[in-house]
Ligand binder design. Structure first.
Ligand SMILES: [Cu+2]
Length: 172
């Protein structure tokens, strides 16, 4: 048999969770009929094919969560969102156990005056990135309710939780 047969088995509904389950599957039994070198290559092929759980549709990088200035209860957060999937991702909500609420804002400067306005949703096109950075879109973190040595940030689309990240808040 060939690796092609194994792939067809997987597509027809068998959802391996790990490489070890994968190589134990009946369709892989003929593995031992081929040479040692080929067997090793084959196992590596299957193992990589079974490793789908590591795929993150939404990747978060360049994370900066500022701690509120002393005497204030509000701060800003910045990050880069990368959509690794083939479909546009619509980010609708952010929350954190360490903050009462989190809003997505945009800073707009007109006539030398900067102000912020809420942004209800954020679209990240397929295979591209959107940056939340000072002077533009940012997270407004309001009402800290717990120590900020570890801040967990959950990012949701309308369908549910997309990704959860943890970082340390930085003091100004
Ligand atoms: Cu703001």
């Amino acid at each position: 048999m060939t690796s092609t047969n194994a792939r067809v088995t997987h597509r027809s509904g068998f959802q391996p969770r790990s490489a070890s389950i994968c190589v134990r599957h009946g369709a892989c039994a003929d593995l031992f009929a081929i040479s040692c070198t080929m067997a090793l290559l084959f196992v590596m092929l299957i193992a990589s094919g079974c490793d789908d759980t590591s795929f993150e549709p939404l990747q978060v990088s360049d994370i900066v969560i500022n701690a509120p200035l002393p005497g204030t209860r509000m701060s800003a957060g910045y990050l880069t969102l990368t959509n690794n999937s083939d479909e546009s991702l619509r980010i609708s909500t952010f929350d954190s156990p360490q903050f009462k609420s989190i809003e997505l804002h945009e800073t707009i400067t007109a006539g030398g005056v900067s102000r912020m306005r809420p942004v209800p949703e954020l679209d990240v096109p397929p295979h591209s990135s959107v940056q939340l950075a000072p002077g533009g879109k940012h997270l407004m973190l309001m009402g800290p309710v717990a120590p900020l040595d570890v801040v967990t940030l959950n990012i949701y689309s309308g369908n549910g939780l997309l990704v959860s990240i943890s970082t340390e808040a930085v003091a100004y």
